[in-house]
Design a protein around this ligand. Structure first.
Ligand code: FEO
Ligand code: CA
Ligand code: CA
Length: 645
């Protein structure tokens, strides 16, 4: 979602450092021991596709030899119906049976031919790559592009009709759709018992240390343990026990009201911190709980990670308070048998933090029941990135250090509800909008996408956020102690370094110049550079695939860039996919065999005064009777070989 939202290494310096293999002063692109062993065959020979050019037009772009099936568009039915989609006739009931708006995170959850229906763990462990459940977030709605009659985004923000709000609330959340690959490509199964919509009205449980806390209680829910719906669903994660994690990111914009008028100054500051303001969307006029003057605690019931079981369509999603409350981009797991589960996530806002969670319980692959409680109890940490390349995880534990009554924390629930304030007090490093944080199973190093931070001032740069007015973003690499494939992600110490700086490696202004690992600027093709890393995925061969959000500012579409994390072509990106104008790409997700890559094209035709009545273009249908529609594509090679190879 677009938010209202030291000197970079120079080419000469990079060349001089070309063979340095020791982790060193941060701010320079150097190698961490083991994150980048030269022997590994993880380099461009694995990525021999023909690079596509930077472009900007009304279509999506793929390399030669690839095909994209248009799998799901906003409004496509996910149950059997004979009523055709038309935005002008859509009501909330019909939208509840249809794919939602602004698709974001995607999880492909395999369906094993022989696993019993209640054994999500057996399904999830199967490597079936031709049949599965596509689990997709719907981050937010844009009434000026969904419905006729709005002159611009602003008039839709404050003036949306009650009927449209009802459709919007049914169009956000999440979708589960069974899909199968046949001889003619990927198809959806409309008659599947798994197909399901989760919306802003779906009943959910609140679990973990903050469940039942008085700050989570409302008139409708005096228990503080039940909540309706999820919103702002950006990225997410998957578990090996067969559940899906969906993040609540920009929830604040769904709430209206004036935080200044809230009696409790702490709650007022909390709401203000998440962007709740009188100028926000007017949902609260029609659904009163979204007005903080009516229900001041309702926002505290959003901003969590949500876990649900896609293999059980009757299962109730659960908000996991142990993972803290902030603008969650996502949480991705490192699960090693016999050890605690480690999960990494980011808070996507300017000067917010990178987080890690360690479960109290132990992950045992065979313990399907016990594993389902692993994310309800444990310890949340925020990261401190020291300038010397060392890092430290700081525990958010009530009663320790500054997390006491003196600073307004009465219990662990307060620490988790106000995780941002707790992390800041502990001395965590404010970052340039942390998006996806994900571990490459091939080298066991963890990568942090930092999309941008225009608010970063010259006097608050540090080695981990080295650019003032950072418009291009960067990627950090975290190496927990240990060796490749056998790192201790539970250690409170780590080493870190810059993996790449977004931007053109040949930019005239050194402050804007991109840097790609040890690569010399002339080894990056004119189309290989990008800016604003947002989502990331690793293919089964360990290559990194970065999805961007913001490249149009630099004259070309957002898209996907693939690169090795090790070997001579470490951090040397190649451009694989381009979005239609106005869109960002989200979600990248591979089938276990690496032969299909699913992508979400979010908010096509956004911007430049584009509206439903007068859109910039009408991707993907290009039909004068239909508006532009956010859609999921399934991308594969025509010859059936592995994507990217
Ligand atoms: Fe929803 Fe952080 O992008
Ligand atoms: Ca985004
Ligand atoms: Ca995102």
């Amino acid at each position: 979602m677009s938010h209202h939202p030291k000197h970079p290494p120079r080419r000469t310096l990079l060349k001089a450092l070309g063979t340095t293999a020791a982790a060193g002063a941060a701010g320079k692109l150097m190698l961490l021991p083991g994150c980048s062993s030269e022997e590994k065959k993880n380099h461009r020979e694995n990525l021999s596709f023909t690079e596509i050019p930077h472009a900007l037009d009304s279509q999506h772009h793929l390399p030669e030899g690839y095909r994209a099936d248009l799998l799901l568009r906003w409004g496509d039915p996910i149950t059997e119906t004979d009523i055709p989609f038309h935005p002008e006739k859509l009501d909330s009931k019909s939208q509840q049976q249809r794919f939602g708006y602004n698709n974001d995170f995607i999880a492909f959850m395999p369906l094993a031919p022989n696993a019993p229906p209640n054994r999500g763990d057996m399904h999830a462990r199967s490597r079936n790559s031709t049949r599965g459940l596509l689990c997709v977030n719907h981050e937010y709605t844009q009434p000026h592009l969904m419905f006729p009659g709005y002159n611009d985004e602003f008039s839709a923000t404050r003036g949306v009709s009650g009927a449209h709000v009802a459709v919007e609330q049914a169009a956000c959340g999440h979708s589960v759709v069974e899909i199968e690959r046949g001889p003619d490509g990927w198809q959806i199964h409309l008659d599947s018992p798994y197909n399901r919509r989760i919306t802003a009205a779906t009943a959910m449980e609140i679990r973990g240390p903050a469940a039942g806390d008085r700050r989570l209680r409302t008139a409708e829910d005096p228990t503080g343990r039940r909540v309706l719906g999820t919103i702002g669903n950006c990225a997410g994660g998957k578990t090996p026990w067969g559940t899906v994690l969906i993040a609540e990111e920009g929830f604040g914009s769904a709430f209206q009201g004036d935080p200044e008028k809230i009696e409790d100054p702490r709650e007022a500051r909390n709401h203000h911190n998440f962007g709740i303001a009188p100028s926000n969307r007017n949902w609260g006029n029609y659904d009163r709980r979204f007005d903080i003057q009516v229900e001041p605690n309702e926002p505290n019931r959003f901003g969590w990670m949500v876990e649900y079981d896609p293999y059980n369509p009757a299962s109730r999603p659960r908000k996991l308070t142990a993972l803290g409350r902030f603008e969650h981009e996502g949480f991705t797991l490192v699960c090693k048998p016999g050890q605690a589960v480690v999960a990494y996530g980011g808070d996507d806002d300017e000067h917010q933090f990178v987080y890690r969670f360690i479960s109290r319980g132990i992950y045992r692959p065979e313990d399907n029941v016990g594993n389902r409680e692993l994310l309800t109890e444990g310890t949340l940490y925020a990261a401190r990135f020291a300038d010397n390349g060392q890092g430290e995880w700081l525990a958010l534990r009530y009663g320790q250090g500054p997390l006491t009554e003196e600073h307004g924390f009465r219990n662990q629930a307060d620490v988790l509800i106000d995780a941002r304030r707790a992390a800041a007090l502990l001395g965590a490093t404010p970052m340039d909008r942390p998006e996806d944080v994900e571990t490459n199973p091939h080298n066991d190093c963890t990568y942090v996408m930092l999309t941008k931070n225009k608010q970063r001032r010259k006097n608050d740069i540090d080695a981990a956020n080295p650019r003032a007015h950072n418009t291009r973003g960067h990627v950090l690499e975290i190496a927990p102690p240990g060796t490749s494939g056998n790192r201790d992600h539970t250690s409170d110490d780590f080493r870190w370094q810059l993996f790449l700086l977004g931007g053109d490696p040949n930019a005239g202004d050194p402050a804007e110049r991109g840097a790609y690992g040890q690569q010399s600027s002339d080894s990056i093709s004119p189309h290989g550079w990008f800016a604003n890393p947002d989502n990331v995925a690793f293919d089964p061969r360990g290559n990194m695939w970065i999805a961007t959000d913001g490249c149009e500012r630099f004259g070309f579409h957002d898209g996907l860039w693939a690169m090795a994390t090790e070997g001579p072509l470490r951090a040397a990106p190649k451009h694989f996919f381009g979005c239609p104008q106005g869109a960002e790409v989200c979600g990248p997700e591979f089938t276990p065999d690496g032969k299909t890559l699913f992508v979400s094209v979010q908010h096509p035709a956004q911007g430049r005064s584009s509206t439903y009545d007068n859109p910039l273009h009408r991707w993907p249908d290009n039909n004068p009777k239909l508006p532009p529609r956010p859609s999921v594509l399934a991308i594969y090679r025509v010859d059936g070989k592995t994507v990217g190879s």
